[in-house]
Design a protein around this ligand. Structure first.
Ligand SMILES: [Fe+2]
Ligand SMILES: [Fe+2]
Length: 444
């Protein structure tokens, strides 16, 4: 199975297509076209959207693409790291040559995808806003905190003040974690420890971690090294990473498939195909190989290895549970295909309303934000449709993973997020909490 995927992926030329489309991208040539179905637009279904000019509606459609692929790029950066970590486990165990080659190829492809998403996003924001400041929405505002925390994470200040040059505390902590996790993990201990992590440590580098993207957000900064070592410590935990990657693949496909169909309909009609639409189209084709790999490893391959220990079982379920809680536990009012609160989008949405695109004064921008986030509208119902489709697919995908707790296997937290009442309540709290910050911004 892995051989076939690798062969087909090698023969495909989708990544090269993405590269060449990215190289010729110019916003002006694409600005007067929709890049996807109209419903894939910021604020879709709100009164604000209804009253927007045709030019504003086009921009909201473009900004939706930019927002979604900015997040996709962050999550694919997670894949780059953890593909390497887990490929190192499969190569240490041995006998998985084709799978390792496929994982290396996928990692290379992700580098190119990330580059294209960033380049198109940057050029688009620049063309739309020039030097105006619009914050790039992140998966969670926690990321800033995480980065702050990591600054001092190599040693507590009291230890730093001792100034013992010979001691590398990060290295010591990494080694202690590694030994502890190997003891707690299944599958032959150090024999299956990731080649990749082993060589990182040999060359004196700290255990790599991710602060953004799906996994970077799901695990608190204090546990991120433990997660990296765990994924690299045993075949079971390496396979479990692909359950999370599979979740990300399905989440992406839930809206990317709409771009794929949009591309098809333009092609059939012989119409102009915007560059970002074409990038989504080829990306979905590239990702179909990645999805096959994620499915193969997370649904079947793990069964070939020793059963998870109590530690591995707990870690896998906690990571999955947090993933559901943070990424799937809500319903966005203004971004179809996003299933969490809009709290992290409030600032960039406010800035868009204040920018030259809308040119609204502070009070009016607040009024429209409140209307869009805290009052029921058509957009909620559009998003519920996406939610339902995703929930059905997810339940099907995770059913074979018998080690998952029922609330994880059946996506119980996700199911509880399909509520307009809950979305309005959570958004109301977030909106009121942001009011003072927005008022301060208005003063500057
Ligand atoms: Fe990708
Ligand atoms: Fe991928």
């Amino acid at each position: 199975m892995a051989e076939t995927t690798y062969r087909n992926n090698c023969e495909s030329r989708y990544t090269e297509k993405i590269e060449s489309i990215e190289g010729g991208y110019c916003y002006e040539a694409n600005r007067s076209h929709y890049w996807g179905p109209q419903e894939l637009s910021l604020f879709f279904g709100t009164n604000l959207y209804r009253q927007s000019t045709p030019e504003q509606k086009l921009a909201l459609n473009h900004l939706y693409w930019v927002t979604q692929y900015n997040q996709t790029a962050a999550t694919e950066a997670n894949a780059v790291l953890y593909n390497n970590v887990t490929e190192g486990v499969f190569s240490a165990v041995g006998g998985f040559g084709a799978l390792c080659s496929e994982l290396s190829l996928e990692t290379e492809q992700e580098h190119q995808h990330i580059h294209a998403f960033h380049a198109i996003g940057y050029a688009t924001r620049k063309a739309l806003f020039g030097s105006e400041r619009i914050v790039r929405p992140r998966l969670s505002s926690l990321s800033a905190t995480s980065r702050r925390n990591t600054k001092n994470s190599s040693a507590p200040p009291s230890l730093l003040s001792l100034k013992i040059p010979a001691l590398n505390w990060t290295k010591l902590q990494d080694e202690a974690c590694r030994l502890m996790i190997l003891k707690l993990s299944s599958g032959g201990g150090s024999c299956s420890y990731s080649d990749f992590l082993r060589s990182q440590q040999r060359s004196g580098k700290p255990i790599p971690v991710q602060r953004a993207g799906l996994l970077g957000q799901v695990v608190p900064a204090s546990l991120s090294r433990i997660m990296t070592i765990s994924f690299g410590a045993s075949p079971f935990s390496a396979c479990f990473f692909y359950a999370i990657r599979y979740l990300a693949n399905i989440l992406l496909k839930n809206y990317e498939h709409s771009y794929f169909q949009f591309h098809r309909s333009l092609e059939r009609a012989g119409d102009f195909i915007p560059a970002p639409t074409a990038i989504s189209y080829y990306h979905m084709l590239d990702e179909s190989f990645h999805t096959t790999t994620s499915q193969l490893i997370s649904q079947d391959l793990y069964k070939e290895f020793p059963r998870p220990t109590a530690y591995e079982h707990l870690m896998a379920n906690l990571i999955f549970y947090r993933g559901q809680q943070m990424m799937l536990g809500g319903l966005s009012a203004v971004l179809p295909g996003i299933f969490r609160s809009d709290s992290t989008f409030i600032l960039p949405l406010y800035q868009i309303l204040r920018s030259s695109l809308y040119g609204l004064p502070h009070q009016e921008a607040l009024y429209w934000l409140e209307q869009s986030l805290c009052q029921e509208h058509e957009g909620h119902h559009v998003n519920l449709k996406y939610h339902q489709k995703l929930h059905t697919t997810m339940r099907q995908a995770f059913k074979p993973m018998s080690y998952l707790w029922p609330i994880n296997r059946e996506l119980g937290l996700m199911a509880s997020g399909a509520s307009i009442v809950k979305s309005l309540r959570v958004n109301r709290q977030a909106f009121e909490a942001m009011r003072p910050t927005l008022a301060q911004l208005d003063q500057h």
